[in-house]
Design a protein around this ligand. Structure first.
Ligand code: PHE
Length: 449
């Protein structure tokens, strides 16, 4: 067993890696269209409130658990409490990592494919929808691009914490910011800017239904990578002198900032080119390619756009893979290289049914008439993450002693008030809010409709 646990080389590297995990398809793709759907600025407000009530408290809890145990999720709960049951929360996290990465990588593959398309042929008007349909219908293409995306992740995670994940996050996150800024400014100069900004930010509280509020809560959770131990694992590589509270605030602010910038990049051009802003999931692969086809310089803009999305997706996917890999390193003493190649391959195989959901296996639906891909997404985001988050909150709020928590959160800072506020939230408000989300999504609280 390795005597020294790997560590992040700097606070900046850690914050960028954790922000990289948070900022992903959730921010750039899901956030803008959810905001559009549920009352624009009203949804943004609900999202920010959720981030404060649930997001920040759970993130701090994960960092505390990970850093004090110096282990990945399963081992962490075992080290902190001698109990048969708590490690199950770690096992759930491990399973969630498998599930999310398996289908996330399929979408990652689409993005890589669209990067190649932007380089080779660019986009032509009137063909986007048919092209995407043909692409989805090809089983071997779906599996091939999924494999390529997974392979990139394997290569990065193989480098380890400071010379793999941290090094790449320090390159990809600033690159992402630069591309995002350029594209946003470019969008804000088009004729539809005013309408796009209004669509995203003008609060219309009448559209913020209870369903919208719960959606905002759930999204806050997914978009901050919480509930499955990704942040817990990243926290286990954190130097004891680094301030957990300020790091968490920085990560959360970066996450929200990138999400809003993504919206400000997307909606102005959507209105300028008169395409449907509520296209939902098809927005990226049908609506935007159509816009790029019509826009002057659209091939370059399209390439920059898909590169940006790929960077965001990769820095999230590596955190999912790291959770799984670190389990095999910590618990079974595997070498990083062995764990990385084997588990990367296994997750690739687990993802194949998702890749085939749009073609060969599209007829195979479990319940609710959804294909395997949608089913797994729903299972992970609506159930596995909030359940994991609920137990993490209960563990941090009710099981760990003040002494254990203060050792992590008050070590270098005098954040007395901060600690007290955090503690009330994680003990009462966060678990109750998560419980309501769960009761609602399982249909037990149907009167919410
Ligand atoms: N936060 C990532 C996103 O917004 C997704 C993710 C969820 C990553 C859970 C890791 C863990 O796309």
């Amino acid at each position: 067993m390795a005597l020294h646990r790997e560590q992040w080389a700097s606070k900046l590297g850690f914050v960028l890696a954790a922000a990289g995990s948070a900022i992903g398809l959730g921010n750039i793709w899901r956030f803008p269209y959810k905001a559009g759907q549920y009352g624009g600025g009203a949804f943004v407000v609900a999202y920010i409130v959720s981030v404060f009530i649930i997001g920040i408290p759970v993130m701090i809890a994960e960092f505390i658990i990970g850093r004090s145990a110096q282990k990945s999720p399963v081992g962490a709960f075992r080290v902190l409490r001698d109990s048969k049951y708590w490690p199950l929360v770690g096992w759930l996290g491990l399973a969630t990592g498998f599930v999310i990465l398996s289908y996330y990588s399929v979408v990652g593959g689409w993005i890589i494919k669209y990067i190649v398309v932007s380089i080779t042929s660019g986009f032509q008007t009137g063909t986007a929808s048919a092209n995407f349909t043909t692409f989805l219908a090809s089983p071997w293409q779906q599996v091939l691009w999924h494999a390529i995306f997974m392979f990139i992740n394997i290569l990065i995670v193989r480098g380890g914490i400071s010379s793999g994940i941290e090094k790449w996050s320090k390159v990809l996150m600033p690159a992402l910011l630069i591309i995002l800024m350029i594209l946003m400014i470019n969008s804000l100069m088009t004729a539809g800017a005013g309408e796009g900004i209004r669509f995203l930010l003008k609060p219309d509280f009448s559209q913020l239904t209870r369903a919208g509020m719960l959606e905002a809560l759930g999204h806050a959770f997914f978009s901050l990578s919480l509930g499955m131990g990704a942040m817990l694992t990243y926290g286990s590589y954190l130097d004891k002198n680094i301030n957990i509270s300020t790091s968490s605030l920085e990560i959360v602010i970066l996450n929200t900032f990138y999400a809003i910038m993504a919206g400000l990049m997307i909606f102005p051009i959507v209105f300028t080119y008169n395409v449907n802003p509520n296209a939902g999931p098809g927005l990226f692969f049908i609506t935007l390619p159509e816009v790029f086809a019509r826009m002057p310089g659209g091939q370059v803009v399209g390439l920059a756009f898909f590169l940006l999305v790929a960077f965001a997706a990769i820095t999230s996917a590596i955190s999912l893979l790291e959770v799984v890999v670190s389990f095999f390193i910590d618990e079974l003493n595997w070498s990083r290289k062995k764990a990385d190649y084997i588990l990367g391959t296994v997750i690739f195989l687990v993802g194949i049914p998702s890749a085939l959901s749009f073609n060969a296996w599209s007829g195979f639906t479990l319940f609710g008439g959804k294909n395997i891909f949608d089913q797994l997404d729903m299972l992970a985001t609506n159930f596995m993450l909030p359940i994991g988050g609920l137990f993490i909150a209960v563990f941090a709020g009710w099981i760990l002693t003040h002494g254990e928590k203060e050792a992590e959160i008050k070590r270098v800072e005098n954040t007395f008030h901060f600690y007290d506020i955090w503690h009330v939230l994680i003990k009462y408000l966060t678990p109750v809010a998560l419980l309501i989300v769960l009761l609602y999504t399982t249909g037990l609280l149907s009167f919410f409709e």
